[in-house]
Design a protein around this ligand. Structure first.
Ligand code: SF4
Ligand code: SF4
Length: 380
């Protein structure tokens, strides 16, 4: 039996195994793909925190892959996209079928199971560009080849496929913040969650014969902190917070503002139907023909808005708050103009916890510093 649920990311009702049970607030991540340098600090921070044990050698709850040729596991998205068939949109409304609406007989959703080998090459395709560069070619603007980095964790989906797939009901979504967890004590390792999750973020651990997945660093989140992959991010591309329900966004909530008002942050493969809660500011240098399939029909508008972010104090001010604090922000406020103004972030009690200038000051220093008798290589 299935239920009709509303999925705002595809602009329509769809079928899901259980009735809608939205949390009061939803744990949400926003990643700015334009700023990532693929240093993999987030990947290692997550691995050191959660998956450094035996049997977890090729398990990366956080990975960063180079699109279009990087995949972890191999072919994770192209394989399910091909199975799903045509994915047409009419403006913001998805006309094709979701994974829950294309169910093979006897299964809960359209899925597939990776082989052991598929998980063994997390860095496949790193830094490879979209097309071959001809011999003796010279670069000119606009580049004919492109690539970008895609940061991936569990999406803590509103309609999780892993949860729907599990016949033992081992996976649950916390009502207080929408974090999706897997009860290790009750898991019997059937791996239906691995088969069902189209993002392939539920993983099997061979030595314990149980499945494991990202736990949204819940001990940190419960203490008002952002997740480990966020706070260690070198590029300051990440922001974690709580999204309001889609039909009641708050203009001063950083997540609601970027997703629902500025509309610069978009879900990954919304057509799958899971309503994922990791949102991406799409790469602005990549042909939108490619990114439209990946982030949905809002890509062109998002790219345009982001390109013109410098004309919008509110947007550029909030982008400066990414990576500025390890604490979770409940609201933000921008004051002043672009040259002299600032953006401040507040906790749930309205206390200011961080303040950053909209334009970072530039300080020029002499190459030779008489006070310390040292020569500087970097003078900015
Ligand atoms: S991304 Fe996959 S593992 Fe995570 S909640 Fe969604 S379906 Fe489950
Ligand atoms: S730490 Fe940040 S910049 Fe480095 S790979 Fe991860 S997301 Fe990208």
């Amino acid at each position: 039996m299935t239920h009709k649920v509303y999925n705002w990311q595809i602009g329509r009702d769809m079928e899901y195994k259980y009735p809608a049970a939205r949390p009061k607030k939803q744990a949400t991540w926003i990643f700015d793909t334009n700023k990532c340098i693929a240093c993999q600090t987030c990947t290692l921070a997550c691995k050191n925190a959660w998956t450094s044990g035996r049997g977890q050698e090729t398990m990366f709850w956080n990975n960063v892959e180079t699109k279009p040729w990087g995949f972890y596991p191999i072919g994770w998205d192209v394989r399910i996209l091909e199975k799903l068939g045509p994915q047409r949109w009419d403006s913001d409304r998805y006309l094709g079928k979701t994974l829950f609406e294309s169910v093979p007989y006897g299964e809960e959703m359209l899925g597939w199971m990776p082989d052991e080998e598929d998980w063994a090459h997390p860095n496949l395709g790193e830094d490879e560009v979209s097309s071959q560069i001809a011999e003796k070619a010279v670069f000119s603007m606009i580049h004919s080849s492109w690539m970008f980095y895609l940061q991936r964790i569990c999406n803590h989906c509103t309609y999780p496929a892993c949860l729907a797939a599990c016949s033992r009901k081992v996976i649950y979504k916390r009502p207080e913040d929408g974090v999706v967890l897997l009860d290790q004590n009750r898991c019997r390792g059937y791996q239906e969650c691995v088969r069902g999750c189209p993002y392939k973020k539920s993983m099997f651990r061979p030595d314990t014969r149980k499945s494991e997945k990202c736990i949204a660093c819940y001990p940190a989140v419960d203490s008002g902190l952002q997740t480990q992959c966020n706070v260690t991010c070198i590029g300051r591309i990440r922001l974690f917070g709580f999204k309001s329900p889609w039909d009641r966004p708050r203009a001063d909530n950083p997540m609601d503002y970027l997703i629902h008002e500025a509309k610069v942050a978009l879900p990954l493969y919304p057509q799958f139907g899971l309503e994922p809660n990791v949102y991406y500011i799409p790469p602005i240098h990549v042909p939108t023909k490619f990114t439209r399939q990946m982030f949905g029909p809002g890509v062109d508008q998002a790219v345009e808005r982001y390109r013109n972010a410098m004309d919008d104090e509110r947007l550029v001010g909030l982008l400066m708050l990414f990576g500025a604090t390890d604490r979770t922000l409940d609201s933000f406020k921008v004051a002043g103009d672009r040259a002299t103004g600032h953006c401040a972030g507040y906790d749930a009690d309205g206390r200011e916890i961080v303040r950053v200038p909209i334009t970072e000051p530039t300080i020029l220093r002499n190459q030779y510093d008489e006070a310390f008798d040292v020569h500087r290589f970097s003078v900015t």
